[in-house]
Design a protein around this ligand. Structure first.
Ligand code: PRX
Length: 621
């Protein structure tokens, strides 16, 4: 604890010196920076004037000391396995960077990545980084529509994909979705397809190319571009409070410094660790703690392609035992789903290689924490509950294992350099144990730089409550030891299985259906996924079969956004509760789905009858 306090104090007293030291110790620079940071709220630049390259830091600098060390241990869902050393990963990335160059890609271009969880997804990201092409990974569970919207927003010139991937023994076809998306994207010149499932598919002459064909004849040599510290590394889309997802921009030098430092602090990384982060590369956890953080820190990363229940619910325990995984980083949703299968399955595997457990994405409830600690960690592995966001780039609040005593359900204390305070609406500090909003007062190297193409929304969304201070959108309380307890979102953002989804996004998908007049969406407590999507829908005139329409609307939302956004419940209603000014009162709807009763102030309601009817109505579907 003393060591943590000392580190924290140094960072607070002199952030310039602290972060300069981190950047110097953790990152290779082709040219050193002139200033540690320039802060013109809300805009920040880190390590200004410095030149570096993320792929160089993840690969080349390890070759002398870790060339033969496994960078990736891969297991496909069908059981196929590959061990890829740092030297081999470097070779694959150099070759694919040469492929990108041969297709005419240049630093500053944008590439979409829509791939299954195979090592080539990592190769694709690092090849983009090596050349200075800004990548945007879209989770394979997103639909063609969602992919198209992102391609347009970024004006991407190339799409890197695969025929499909394996999930629960079935092929998840990705290239078909790319075809549907790209037909309306004239800016996309090339689609490169990695062959994973080898099922028949259609290739468009001139536009589509097999990865293995382009790989023929390219060189193994490819020097990394010397990029500006603020060169855009990636844009990752996440839900905000409107229907349109936000493209969160992260740049190179600061991001890499932050994820490398936090990787070491939080996971207390040792040279012989086998580290497994179960997140998909399509989410920020996959970017920061499956690819950039661990590879920059020289770790061995486990990657598993498929589902935890295939062929049976002990697949993860089997993977841990066979590959001697020592660090497991996963989500409370996954833990809760695994708890349901009982203790016998984990108990029948040798989990003694584990030494540290991590949790991310949503609050972990005490019962899940206790099970994770006792059944998986055998009461000897600390649990690091890590709070952060797509926008923060890396972990902000988490215990440093061994140093900070744990309290189940709390992320404990902020990372060094992260000045967090729980404040009220006016920005005044709240006393201990009182609910408020966590704010981050000083810039940190991993923070969001802007929303792609929309600096006003960036300013408005995160910095309008208190000038110069980053607003997280969460509520929290701080206890007498200074520990932070995250209480969930305060905006219209749901957290379903640790994935962020805005109520407005689902609403706009619903109202684009010809039968729907109006829709209001709220998150409803769910024992496994934390929250489930519950939709209140009013229909246009017509004779509707509610049961059928309920099914159709679920499918519709999955088509518009992606399968993971399929609503849990559709409730049909004659009207929605609104204020006199016409605003839908989601708070009331939330109460209805949580408790089936409504309390509090409803005097601004247009028609109280609507609420009472909704509260007693059962799910129509
Ligand atoms: O509400 C918080 C919740 O997830 C949100 C961020 O979502 P996203 O950008 O998708 O990133 C998820 C992975 C970092 C936060 O605003 N959240 C994330 N981690 C935790 C959490 N809530 C409680 N405890 C956590 N450990």
């Amino acid at each position: 604890m003393e060591a943590y306090r000392e580190l924290y104090r140094r960072a607070e007293e002199n952030p310039e010196a602290f972060w300069s030291e981190q950047a110097t110790n953790e990152i290779h620079w082709f040219e050193k920076w002139n200033h540690p940071f320039e802060w013109n709220p809300p805009f920040v630049k880190w390590f200004v004037g410095g030149k570096t390259n993320a792929a160089y830091n993840c690969l080349d600098r390890h070759l002398a000391t870790r060339g033969d060390k496994a960078a990736i241990i891969f297991e496909g869902e069908p059981g196929d396995q590959r061990v890829i050393t740092y030297r081999e990963l470097h070779r694959l990335v150099c070759r694919f960077t040469n492929v990108l160059k041969a297709r005419g890609c240049q630093p500053g271009d944008r590439a979409m990545i829509y791939m299954p969880m195979v090592p080539e997804a990592v190769v694709a990201m690092l090849a983009c980084a090596r050349l200075g092409v800004t990548h945007s990974v879209v989770f394979g569970g997103f639909s063609a529509e969602a992919l198209k919207a992102r391609i347009h927003d970024l004006d991407a010139r190339i799409v890197l994909t695969a025929d499909g991937g394996w999930r629960r023994g079935k092929e998840v076809r990705l290239k078909d979705a790319v075809d549907e998306a790209v037909k309306d994207c004239p800016g996309v010149k090339d689609v490169i397809v990695y062959q994973r499932t080898a099922q028949p598919l259609f290739m468009t002459e001139g536009r589509d190319h097999w990865w293995h064909d382009l790989d023929l004849g390219v060189s193994d040599e490819c020097p990394a571009e010397q990029l500006d510290s603020e060169h855009p590394l990636f844009v990752l889309y996440t839900s905000g409070t409107t229907g349109k997802p936000k493209g969160i921009l992260h740049t190179t030098g600061g991001y890499l410094t932050y994820v490398t430092s936090t990787m070491k602090w939080v996971f207390d990384l040792k040279e012989d660790d086998v580290y497994w982060c179960t997140a998909d590369i399509g989410w920020v956890t996959g970017h920061s703690y499956l690819v950039y953080g661990p590879l920059s820190a020289g770790a061995t990363c486990m990657i598993y392609e498929g589902s935890p229940d295939y062929p049976a619910w002990d697949r993860w325990w089997d993977v841990i035992a066979r590959h001697k995984v020592s660090i497991l980083y996963t989500s409370p949703t996954a833990i809760r789903a695994l708890i349901k299968q009982g203790e016998e399955l984990p108990n029948s595997h040798d989990l003694s290689s584990l030494r540290l457990l991590g949790s991310v994405g949503e609050p972990i409830n005490p019962a899940a924490w206790e099970w994770y600690h006792r059944v998986i960690g055998k009461d000897r592995c600390p649990i690091v509950d890590t709070w952060w966001q797509t926008e923060t780039g890396g972990i902000m609040i988490a215990p440093m294992p061994g140093a900070i005593p744990l309290k189940p359900g709390s992320g404990t204390l902020p990372m060094p350099g992260i000045l967090t305070e729980v404040v009220d609406f006016e920005g005044k500090p709240r006393g201990h144990q009182r609910r408020g909003f966590p704010h981050h007062q000083a810039p940190w190297p991993g923070m969001i730089r802007t929303i792609w193409g929309d600096p006003e929304r960036f300013q408005q969304q995160y910095f309008s409550r208190m000038p110069g201070v980053y607003f997280t959108g969460d509520a929290a309380r701080c206890d007498e030891d200074g520990y932070l307890w995250i209480l969930g979102r305060v905006d219209d953002v749901m957290n379903v299985s640790g994935h962020r989804l805005s109520t407005m996004e689902v609403e706009s998908a619903l109202v684009s259906h010809p039968a729907v007049a109006e829709a209001a969406v709220v998150g409803k407590p769910h024992e496994i996924t934390g929250q489930a999507i519950c939709c209140f829908v009013t229909l246009k005139q017509g004779n509707w079969d509610h049961h059928q329409l309920g099914q159709d609307l679920r499918k519709w939302v999955a088509h518009e956004i992606g399968a993971f956004a399929r609503p849990d419940e559709i409730r049909f209603t004659e009207a929605l509760p609104k204020t006199r000014s016409g605003k839908i009162m989601r708070r009331l709807l939330r109460e209805i789905v949580t408790s089936h009763t409504v309390s509090g102030d409803v005097t601004t309601l247009e028609d109280l009858g609507v609420v009472n009817k909704l509260a007693t109505q059962h799910d129509e579907d």
